[in-house]
Design a protein. Structure first.
Length: 147
């Protein structure tokens, strides 16, 4: 995490400590970061208010779309699938791969670049790529029908 996020989390921890004193025995002690002022954990039902706020302020998307964008950007930046899966709290890397691994424009361009380099380099070799390999490379250059 960067310094700004650490400072925000430290400030929130101090707020939670103050709330614990204020609520006394009615404070729900937990190890959760996202809590209400009384210490109870934030649930998915609470996130609907964030979605309503986004809508009222003409902001596109929802909390879930922010989560999906975050995961996609991490994967596009080259983060390991295992790391992203743990960061999202998924119980299985399989869930993450099924949900978040889709060919983005950046990854598609990178794969084309790698294939082009391999094919150009292979042409100088005694075992140059077959017509089938060249056809595969041409297919990869085409825009996907359903991105």
């Amino acid at each position: 995490m960067d310094q700004a996020i650490c400072e925000i989390l430290d400030t929130w921890r101090e707020c939670q400590k103050a709330c614990k004193k204020e609520y006394g025995p009615f404070y729900k002690k937990s190890s959760y970061v996202c809590t209400h002022l009384d210490g109870t954990k934030t649930t998915s039902n609470n996130l609907r208010y964030f979605n309503i706020w986004c809508s009222e302020n003409h902001l596109p998307g929802t909390f879930h779309s922010l989560r999906h964008t975050h995961a996609t950007q991490l994967l596009d930046a080259g983060m390991d699938l295992d790391y992203v899966s743990k960061r999202l709290g998924h119980s299985s890397i399989l869930l993450t791969s099924k949900t978040y691994i889709h060919v983005s424009t950046n990854r598609r361009r990178k794969s084309i670049s790698i294939m082009d380099k391999e094919l150009v380099g292979a042409q100088d070799q005694p075992h140059s790529p077959s017509a089938k390999s060249k056809k595969i490379a041409e297919e990869m250059r085409k825009e996907p029908q359903n991105p």
